[in-house]
Ligand binder design. Structure first.
Ligand code: GRF
Length: 193
């Protein structure tokens, strides 16, 4: 049974997708902590509603954040870190100590529309501006390169006539992110990777 930490920054819809999948009892893992870099985000309520311990570590732009996070994770013997709508860039010792044990969901088909500055709606704006016919989401391992780690799972989503960035973001979340992130967690926890 793997101890899982989920890192969040916002509404927590990806966290909710993992929680819902875990309720089916097919994932050999347990979320032992949800950590947010911001207080009062809805993701924390989702965790509390599911009796999952939470912690807020406010990012001050220096490496105190990474140090406090790393000691929290080690204290709870965390085996797998899942970035679910988490908007900080991890750096320093945590990347070494958790090499190939941190996964992230990005709302495009990497290597398109990814890297520094590509997050949230900006990703979908770029896809629509470019005029791609297909976009989607990617779950990948996290390393020192933003969105640069080994790809685990991808799922395509077709662009539709009249899509706005908001409409497209919602469809990519519903049809791709909320499916492949729990799937990746299940693969890693159940030894399928
Ligand atoms: C969305 O921008 C999504 O594309 C990206 O994170 C945000 C969702 O965050 N992966 P959350 O999981 O609802 O907090």
């Amino acid at each position: 049974m793997l101890n899982i930490a989920v890192l969040v920054s916002g509404s927590g819809s990806n966290l909710q997708a993992i929680i819902d999948e875990m309720k089916k009892g097919e994932i050999n893992g347990k979320i032992v902590t949800v950590v947010s870099n911001k207080p009062d985000v809805y993701a924390l309520k989702r965790a509390e509603d599911n009796n999952i311990p939470t912690k807020v570590i406010v990012s001050k732009g220096n490496n105190d954040f990474d140090k406090e996070l790393l000691s929290h994770l080690k204290e709870l013997k965390v085996d797998l870190i899942v970035l679910a709508g988490f908007l900080c860039i991890l750096k320093g010792d945590i990347l070494k100590e958790y090499s190939n044990k941190i996964i992230n969901v990005h709302p495009s088909l990497i290597p398109s529309f990814c890297g520094d500055g590509f997050y949230g709606l900006k990703v979908h704006e770029a896809a629509l501006n470019y005029g791609v016919k297909v976009t989607g989401a990617t779950v990948h391992f996290v390393n020192e390169i933003t969105d640069g780690g080994k790809i685990i799972i991808q799922k395509a989503v077709y662009i539709k006539e009249g899509d706005t960035p908001e409409i497209l973001q919602r469809r990519v979340m519903e049809e791709a992110e909320w499916k492949i992130l729990p799937q990746a967690v299940k693969m890693i926890c159940n030894g399928g990777l």
